[in-house]
Design a protein around this ligand. Structure first.
Ligand SMILES: Nc1ncnc2c1ncn2[C@@H]1O[C@H](COP(=O)(O)OP(=O)(O)OP(=O)(O)O)[C@@H](O)[C@H]1O
Ligand SMILES: [Mg+2]
Length: 258
């Protein structure tokens, strides 16, 4: 195990009936790096995120967070409480409420909630003070993601690219240590992709570890410090973006020539 790893995935396997969706996968996610996971449809990428976040339990292997916390068998909310935040392949925003409210809702996931339901119900001073501090924080995050101008717009009125940035802001309010993004660039146009790359680079500057599942090699090359290639549940290759791009096994997996 690498001591400098924020997450050590060691020999993780999972079966669905007769299908080995993950087959002895070992990945060290080093602190401070943006790691991209690429691979064809059905390679096991989302399944790996599901194992990390406790939605699925691996049949064997271990997943250790920050050197000592074994995540195997833990419930998703417990895993989230360590600062592991995950976005889904499909957006999960509340389209009928404002952008800033969507970000504030993200804070409900924080464990260190300092007011009770009663405080909330009676709108006590404690609640109102905390609420306005939270609103300020949410607005700052929208600014950080470059969509401050949309704070009072309903999430459903935002463009698809803006909604992706909003989703990131909602993730950031949980103060994550590890951000897992499942195909964040899917469906974005080139301009929106550039905006997303810019936003993820800013997130990395905050020393937040980022793991991204992505198909678009250009997007990946722009952002990744390290790439892992999955194919049929196995780790096919890993390395620096330029090296992985030259790897013929990777090219074959993508072109389907095997
Ligand atoms: N809950 C499940 N039950 C049964 N089979 C599953 C389940 N989840 C995933 N699979 C299967 O496991 C394999 C890996 O799926 P997974 O969703 O992890 O792929 P992926 O790499 O994320 O693909 P994509 O690029 O299409 O999102 C696929 O063959 C899929 O059909
Ligand atoms: Mg997937």
């Amino acid at each position: 195990m690498d001591n400098n790893a924020i997450l050590s995935i060691d020999n993780v396997s999972i079966m669905f009936g007769g299908l080995k969706a993950l087959d002895s996968v070992t990945i060290d996610i080093k602190k401070g790096e943006v790691l991209c996971i690429i691979g064809p449809n059905g390679a096991g990428k989302t399944t790996l995120f599901n194992c990390i976040t406790g939605f699925l339990r691996p049949s064997s292997g271990s997943i250790v967070f920050d050197g000592s916390i074994s995540l195997a068998g833990m419930k998703p909310h417990k895993i989230a409480s360590y600062g592991i935040y995950r976005s889904f392949q499909n957006l999960a925003l509340f389209t009928n409420i404002s952008a800033v409210d969507n970000v504030m809702i993200g804070a409900l996931k924080r464990t260190q909630f300092s007011y009770s339901i009663a405080d909330m119900f009676f709108h006590t001073k404690k609640f109102l003070t905390r609420e306005s501090a939270l609103r300020q924080e949410a607005e700052n995050l929208l600014e950080f993601m470059g969509i401050a101008g949309k704070k009072d717009h309903k999430a459903g009125e935002l463009s698809y690219g803006e909604r992706k940035l909003l989703e990131l802001a909602r993730g950031l309010i949980t103060k994550p240590q590890l951000l897992l993004l499942d195909e964040p660039a899917a469906g974005l146009n080139p301009t929106e992709k550039t905006e997303l790359v810019r936003a993820i680079k800013k997130i990395r500057e905050q020393k937040i570890n980022v793991v991204i599942i992505e198909h678009d090699m250009r997007f990946v090359s722009d952002i990744a410090n390290w790439i892992v290639v999955l194919d049929y549940g196995k780790k096919l290759a890993e390395g620096l973006p330029d090296d992985v791009k030259k790897n013929t096994a990777v090219i074959e997996a993508y072109l389907g020539t095997h």
